[in-house]
Ligand binder design. Structure first.
Ligand SMILES: Nc1nc2c(c(=O)[nH]1)N[C@H]1C(S)=C(S)[C@@H](COP(=O)(O)O)O[C@H]1N2
Ligand SMILES: [Mo]
Length: 306
């Protein structure tokens, strides 16, 4: 648990004592916030490595009350209210398909086995709003390595819980969202160290509205790729399904990399509004993670593979 992740682009050698001092204060603030919110007993017992980042965090309140979770509702405020009783234990995560060892993992066993880290990431929804979230989790790659890849492990499909008794929108016979919600990544995207499975935020276990007990976070892609409340991960030789791509392929691509140069057919993607801020800011290519991920797409026309 002594690894230091530094994905904010600041080489440790350039960190001045002033910065160290400031970061310690930030950490203390974070610690105090976690104490106030009540760090989950599980995560407190395990400990996790705190991150440092020059990014200004979006408040816990904003992150947990402004959500997209269509299994509950299409508005932003309802998920926080409707998700309160989501049963997140016991919870099993099935990892199968083109892997060496199919696994059915109990969520708590998994969390105890894999070292957790804090990752402060920008998060950009395709709708034009953005936030900065201090996630707690681990790289998806560590889970996939455990299952063992084969020459046929070329794509990864994720699936959210299907349980109409708990998710009101899954009981509706009208509407055009084909549940369970599914998302997919190419294997090199899935194995990239930035690709996170999150189990917490702000030092606390994830709340249901944010995708408890375990959700994907791919910081260089639009938010809809970051699928919530995952029960199944399936490796495949072929490109996997993606719910939004299935609903409206002209609007939502399989790749969905944040790209200010490729507009959504109905709005511009050049700018974004960070929750809690008044002025809009420029959207960055790959949401600011280009130095880490642009090479994954070097021979691809990103206007075609949006
Ligand atoms: N299962 C599921 N996952 C989902 C969604 C959803 O409706 N259902 N919405 C997606 C969208 S559009 C976004 S922007 C993010 C929002 O995550 P947040 O509510 O934690 O901010 O979750 C993504 N994951
Ligand atoms: Mo989104």
């Amino acid at each position: 648990m002594l690894r230091r992740t530094n994905y904010d682009g600041i080489p440790s050698s350039e960190i001045t004592s002033e910065q160290v001092y400031r970061e310690r204060r930030e950490l203390m603030k974070l610690g105090a916030a976690a104490a106030l919110l009540g760090t989950s007993p599980l995560m407190a017992a395990l400990g996790y490595e705190k991150a440092k980042s020059p990014l200004e965090l979006t408040s816990f309140d904003q992150i947990t009350t402004y959500n997209n979770f269509y299994e509950y509702s299409t508005d932003k405020e309802s998920p926080a209210k409707l998700a309160k009783n989501l049963k997140t234990r016991p919870w099993t995560l099935h990892v199968g398909g083109e892997v060496q060892k199919t696994q059915t993992l109990d969520i708590d066993t998994l969390i105890k086995k894999i070292p957790l880290e804090e990752r402060i990431y920008r998060f950009r929804c395709v709708e034009g709003w953005a936030m900065v979230v201090p996630w707690v989790g681990f790289s998806l790659s560590s889970l996939l390595k455990q299952a063992g890849l084969t020459s046929k492990s070329k794509y990864v499909e994720f699936e959210t819980l299907f349980d109409p008794a708990q998710f009101p929108a899954q009981r509706q016979t009208f509407g055009n969202i084909p549940f369970p919600y599914r998302e997919g990544l190419r294997i090199d995207e899935a194995m990239h160290p930035l690709t996170l499975l999150a189990v917490g935020l702000y030092g606390k276990e994830l709340l249901p509205q944010n995708g408890a007990p375990i959700r994907l976070v791919v910081p260089w892609k639009y938010g809809f790729k970051s699928i919530k409340s995952i029960v199944k991960i399936t490796l495949s030789e072929h490109q996997t399904r993606s719910t939004w791509n299935q609903i409206a392929p002209n609007e939502y691509g399989f790749y969905a990399n944040v790209n200010p140069a490729v507009d959504h057919p109905r709005w511009s993607q050049a700018r974004e509004r960070v929750l809690g801020k008044f002025f809009k800011q420029d959207t960055l290519a790959f949401n600011g993670y280009g130095a880490d991920v642009a090479h994954l797409y070097k021979n691809m026309d990103l206007k075609k593979f949006y």
